[in-house]
Design a protein around this ligand. Sequence first.
Ligand SMILES: Cc1cc2nc3c(=O)[nH]c(=O)nc-3n(C[C@H](O)[C@H](O)[C@H](O)COP(=O)(O)OP(=O)(O)OC[C@H]3O[C@@H](n4cnc5c(N)ncnc54)[C@H](O)[C@@H]3O)c2cc1C
Length: 415
Amino acid sequence: MKNVLIIGGGIVGLSTAYFLNKEGFEVTVIDKGDITSGASFVNAGYITPSHIIPLASPGMIAKGIKMMFNSASPFYMKPRLDADFLKWSWYFHKSSTPSKVEKAIPLIKDINLISRELFTDIKNSGDLGDFQLERKGLLMLYKTEASYLHEKQVSERVAFEGLEVSDLNKAALHQLEPNVNIDAEGAIHYECDGHTTPTEIMPKLVAYLKQQGVIIRTNEEVLDMKSTGNTIKEVVTNKGAYKPEEVVLAAGSWSGDLAKKLQLKLPLQGGKGYRINIERDTGITIPAILMESKIAATPMKGFTRFAGTMEFSGNNDIIRNERVAAIANGAKAFYPDIDINDTEIKNVKTGLRPVSPDGLPYIGKSTRIKNLTIATGHAMMGWSLGPATGKLVSELLSGTKTSMNIAAFSPDRTF
Ligand SMILES: Cc1cc2nc3c(=O)[nH]c(=O)nc-3n(C[C@H](O)[C@H](O)[C@H](O)COP(=O)(O)OP(=O)(O)OC[C@H]3O[C@@H](n4cnc5c(N)ncnc54)[C@H](O)[C@@H]3O)c2cc1C
């Protein structure tokens, strides 16, 4: 069987390794870090078939511009004269049309449902031992009529797609979540969604892959890819060089820069998010998005996580204190009895979501470089879509029929 080099050991790279290994490929994963941090560790752990509306939807750019100069706002675009960012913003704007959003919805739903199933299959296989995988749904908690009406409309679209959703008033919400004081008027409950603890799954996945003979090289950075004609001949790192038969680019928010080494265009921006963990009992048992605060709350294994912010300010891990404070205050606005303390705030962590301009991931073989497959750009859904992406890449490399039509995910698409 062919040998495959995967660049990036986030959920996408590791899921790809998981399915390629099952198909008998010889797999090596290279990561510039030690696979303990970044987006795949700080995310809210949601498995979200309900998130069918892409980020690039009508009105988002207007919202972004309105919030642009306020770094405490949940959606923040740092004004900067960076050619890649300006181009990406233009593509994002062009993608934010009702017809493009309508086309994206069934695709996002299909890949989400495939992935949700695969999470269950992985759990049932026992490969990773036991791990938290719950299906309690996702509550969209709202305080205002405007938020309710907005979400009601989204939920009708979600229900039209055949996904389970219900409308809860204040009393019904209290009945469902009795052990925590919630200051909200009600919730839309997306019963189709699930949740997990990423910091539990990621190390288990690494351990399983190593045990299966997958080579995982950490603290090794890919610096260059050398091609002749239409083939990558060598992948150069800070520690050596590799001559793989196939390369999978799954380097998250850094994938665009690496694609440039092969003169490929892969418009991508890192959308920074933050998480705060609370390691005491909060009484929260069902994941919730606090609509007006734009924060996610997840009851994970051993702690509750608050996560939020979509900050386009370049690929960095700079912590903006005003954002962290906004998350803590936003959580308290909905859960008045939960005080996030200074230590919890100090232990905040960030991660970069790899955001494509149209809300669809890049999954597919490059048409120009024949031994390159790209798997990135999942934005706010990368955790949910990791397993499906890995499976699709393994199908592409095995030459079998893909589980769904992925033409729209082509990394060569134009905007
Ligand atoms: C706060 C927050 C909350 C989120 N909540 C959810 C959620 O609830 N549900 C959901 O589905 N998604 C969620 N997401 C999104 C999700 O976390 C990401 O889409 C997903 O983790 C991306 O995975 P990835 O493997 O593509 O990238 P990453 O996890 O970023 O992994 C890429 C890896 O590539 C490595 N790399 C980069 N460059 C190189 C190089 N040159 N050489 C070697 N290695 C390299 C990096 O070190 C990194 O480990 C959230 C994200 C954030 C930030």
